[in-house]
Design a protein around this ligand. Structure first.
Ligand SMILES: [Zn+2]
Ligand SMILES: [Zn+2]
Length: 177
């Protein structure tokens, strides 16, 4: 039996930050990221590479064993992705280096992951166009930890958003991102 779809808080839907939209997909409403920036302000959305029909989030990554560009699911809580390189499996779960494909600025910032069992203290930081709402993605390969830092709403809203995860059945080595 499939679990019911996660509920997006009404307060968040009433005041969606710039760069986030509600997208109907297979009869269900999903939050989709439509604009996120590097620290220098470069757009990280790639209109040409689409996942679930939506423009993907693109950045450069280095796992230590391989490097290239990754295109990440723009649906909040989705974990599908594409690469322009062949990811090499590693025995450990390294902490990824992530950077802007335009200017090379690091997207890594300090944040302790909230997922039980994950002690990673670094996250990939994606900034929405207003510069105040921000998305943090755990940098540990294989961890699904993500945090929506909502500027103008109570932290309980962030907590509900952070619990939204749509797991797909794949054996992708980058499953978590
Ligand atoms: Zn940049
Ligand atoms: Zn984590």
């Amino acid at each position: 039996m499939k679990p019911p779809p996660p509920k997006i808080p009404d307060a968040f839907l009433r005041a969606l930050p710039q760069g986030i939209s509600l997208v109907e997909h297979h009869g269900q409403g999903f939050l989709a990221v439509g604009s996120v920036r590097c620290p220098a302000g470069h757009e990280l959305i790639d209109e040409d590479v689409r996942i679930h029909g939506q423009p993907s989030i693109r950045f450069a990554i280095d796992t230590g064993a391989s490097r290239g560009r990754i295109y990440v699911d723009p649906f909040w809580g989705g974990h599908d992705k594409l690469y322009d390189f062949i990811p090499v499996a590693t025995r450990t779960q390294p902490v990824l280096r992530a950077s802007c494909p335009e200017c090379g600025a690091s997207l890594i910032a300090r944040r302790t992951c909230g997922v039980p069992g994950c002690t990673c203290e670094e996250a990939i930081l994606l900034t929405l166009p207003d510069g105040r709402n921000r998305i943090w993605v755990c940098a540990r390969l294989g961890c699904a930890g993500h945090h929506f830092e909502v500027a103008d709403l109570p932290s309980v809203i962030s907590a509900v958003l952070d619990d939204i995860n749509y797991y797909t059945q794949d054996d992708d080595i980058f499953h978590g991102i």
